[in-house]
Design a protein around this ligand. Structure first.
Ligand code: VAH
Length: 315
């Protein structure tokens, strides 16, 4: 019987992943954790703990208490916030990951470790970026992601640890706001389109980035962890994507529903340089071949669902 621990369970992905995991495996089988005590109905509807993932003893205490068999490690500092405090990003993203892997090794847990398109850099092929290619990221977030991928491979090869992961693109959702990301414009724009009928974007209109709607991201994560290990040639950091979009294309898509919507631009040089170092579009054929990955949401379907749900949420 699976007993799952989710770290970073109040983050943008962690929130919806925790909800879906509890739906699939049962509320009492999923322990959700966050770095600090916070009143939250998701936490309170089932077992929940406060965990700083860099605290080895605390991690081991919780894994022992609930007899955890699988860990989804979602606690991370994202790209833009990481660039404003690289030392904290290294500590949280790398020391946190190291303690998760050491705990999983000791207690024989399988682990899901998210990577990102940020694990690629300016010298990676920009278009149709392959699963296996050069990775020299130039953001601290990207450095921690590619280092994390390699560390997870090491734990699999050295100890047989069942570590798997995805290179998430930008994730778009309406339930929980993202924090400190470079792709956050693609979430903020929907809120502003409803509230103000205009949005001032911090990336250039032709900045092409891979994106995915949250339901596809959550389903991909669980599908990978349920995949037959005999089929997996890669373990960590599968490229996955659903669409490649630019701010201009997204604005056009929103205008199909809100014709009077106006897009303005005020470029943030830090986030623009981070975005420019990332791929324009990923090749996710390895995920398709090895565990039947297939997204469901197109940009049209996502925009309709986002606007419908946000109109209710913001009413
Ligand atoms: C970020 N949303 O913007 C994250 C993600 C691919 C982007 O890693 O930092």
């Amino acid at each position: 019987m699976k007993r799952i621990l989710v770290t970073g369970a109040l983050g943008q992905i962690g929130t919806e992943l925790s909800l879906e995991l509890r739906k699939v495996y049962g509320t009492d089988s999923v322990v959700v954790s966050y770095i600090r005590e916070r009143a939250n109905e998701i936490l309170e509807e089932g077992p929940h703990e406060t965990i700083d993932t860099t605290d080895a003893n605390r991690l081991k205490e919780v894994v022992k208490k609930y007899n955890i068999t699988q860990i989804y490690h979602m606690a991370s500092i994202l790209s833009a916030k990481g660039e404003s405090n690289p030392q904290m990003a290294w500590d949280v993203n790398m020391n946190g990951l190291y303690q998760i892997l050491e705990t999983a090794r000791e207690f024989h847990c399988s682990v899901f470790i998210p990577s990102s398109i940020a694990a690629f850099g300016p010298s990676s092929p920009k278009d149709n970026t392959p699963q296996d290619t050069i990775q020299r990221p130039t953001s601290m977030y990207g450095v921690t992601k590619v280092a994390g991928e390699i560390l997870c491979d090491y734990y699999y090869l050295k100890y047989g640890l069942d570590a798997r992961g995805l290179r998430y693109p930008g994730i778009i959702s309406w339930k929980t706001l993202p924090g400190g990301g470079t792709t956050d414009y693609a979430v903020d724009i929907y809120y502003q389109a409803i509230l103000k009928k205009e949005y001032t974007c911090f990336l250039k209109e032709d900045t092409s980035l891979d994106m995915m709607y949250m339901p596809d991201a959550v389903n991909a994560s669980i599908k990978l962890m349920e995949a037959d290990p005999a089929r997996l040639i890669h373990r960590n950091a599968f490229n996955v994507t659903a669409m490649s979009m630019t701010p201009a294309k997204l604005a056009e898509n929103i205008k199909k529903h809100i014709p009077e919507f106006v897009m303005k631009y005020d470029i943030d040089p830090v986030r623009q340089s981070i975005a420019d170092s990332w791929p324009n579009s990923l090749n996710d054929s390895a995920a398709q071949k090895e565990w039947d990955w297939k997204p469901e949401f197109t940009m049209d379907m996502m925009t309709k669902d986002m606007l419908d749900n946000l109109r209710k949420k913001l009413a």
